[in-house]
Design a protein around this ligand. Structure first.
Ligand SMILES: Cc1ncc(COP(=O)(O)O)c(C=O)c1O
Length: 357
């Protein structure tokens, strides 16, 4: 992208802060938002002046294309604070690159890098009181882009809006998770948009996930759409399996999101001499390993929960329980390592932390 997008961020500060009304010990994920938001429109083939304004509702024409054709993409990232007041992001360039990959797949214009980083840095500096220090606390950051043309015609929009909103967060999942392995429904298909963080990918999961929830499972592990025999990923997490002392995770494809947590865990496993294989995994391999006692762990990996240990899974009407291995589990070792890096409590030899100055 050319560098015609030079800095001209406009800032309108909120007159009062809502922070005093927030109970940080009882946060409901994604329901409380900070005082400011970032907004930038794309009109006539150009990104317009980026702005930070007080967090507020916005009005849009009912014919806005996002409502009809789902031209919408998003990201999920987090800011962390250490006890000295330092604020850090984790590999934010990965999220920036990924939202532009998602934009390209949805026929949306890519967003300029300096607008993104200047906007995000300024927003975090304005709202840094909202980030509670220490492990378990974070500020969830939601960049997103939508088609805003007022026209119900099934074609890409001419105008778009890129925004960033922020929500203080505690750990996302409480406790362990039981999952259902998909045998009928699919999340994504070859040549589709599974690798993108397209809003519609998530809408499409809600119904099958609600059926799984009625059966007592919090999440679905999706399998390949063709044969339903290969394990892919969960709702908002990539998935790792531990057989004996080897971790296994599915390779990235056009059906699977290239998770930042996943790729960081693969590296951390390597850094800590844990064998990690990236290869296709058959459901039958996991079932067999569970039956013969070699399946030690399954866990989800994603920004929201970092690592979410899985207690057991259902496949073809049979429930398979994972053994309890506590503090020695790879999930807890790797989670602690990740959190320590994210919260500036450990060396960051891979250069993943990004300090907000
Ligand atoms: C479908 C899907 N898979 C995996 C992930 C994990 O990705 P990350 O680690 O970048 O949060 C997410 C969350 O963004 C997701 O939505």
């Amino acid at each position: 992208m050319s560098n015609k997008y030079t800095s001209n961020l406009h800032i309108e500060k909120a007159k009062t802060s809502k922070i005093k009304d927030v109970d940080f010990d009882n946060l409901n994920f994604g329901r409380t938002f900070t005082d400011h938001m970032f907004i930038c429109d794309y009109v006539n083939g150009e990104w317009q002046q980026p702005k930070i304004i007080p967090y507020q509702a916005m009005s849009m024409d009912p014919s806005a294309r996002v409502f009809h054709y789902g031209q919408a993409v998003f990201e999920g990232m987090k800011a962390y604070k250490d006890y000295d007041g330092g604020v850090f992001l984790f590999r934010p360039k990965e999220n920036f690159n990924r939202i532009n990959k998602s934009c390209a797949r949805l026929a949306m214009p890519e967003f300029p890098e300096n607008y993104f980083f200047e906007g995000l840095t300024t927003l975090l500096n304005l709202d840094k009181e909202w980030i509670q220090p220490g492990v378990g606390n974070s500020l969830y950051i939601r960049p997103f882009a939508i088609a805003i043309d007022s026209a119900i015609a099934a074609a890409p929009s001419d105008s778009y809006r890129f925004m960033i909103i922020c929500s203080p967060a505690k750990a996302y999942y409480k406790g362990t998770v039981k999952v259902l392995i998909a045998e009928e429904f699919s999340r994504s298909a070859n040549g589709g948009v599974g690798f993108a963080k397209a809003a519609g990918n998530y809408a499409a999961q809600f119904y099958p996930t609600s059926l799984a929830q009625k059966k007592g499972y919090q999440q679905v592990i999706w399998t390949d759409a063709d044969t339903h025999t290969f394990l892919e990923e969960a709702g908002t997490m990539n998935v790792f399996f531990r057989i004996n002392d080897t971790l296994i995770t599915a390779p990235i494809s056009d059906r699977i999101l290239d998770g930042v947590t996943r790729k960081s865990l693969i590296q951390l496993a390597k850094d800590n001499n844990i064998n990690c294989e990236v290869r296709p995994i058959k459901v039958t391999e996991i079932v067999e390993a569970s039956k013969n006692g070699t399946l030690k762990e399954i866990f989800g990996a994603g920004t929201a929960a970092v690592i979410s240990p899985i207690e057991g899974f259902e496949y073809k009407d049979t429930y398979y329980e994972l053994p309890e291995i506590g503090d020695h589990s790879y999930s807890s070792i790797l989670k602690n390592k990740m959190l320590s890096i994210q919260h500036n409590l450990a060396d960051d030899k891979n250069g993943w932390r990004y300090e907000i100055k």
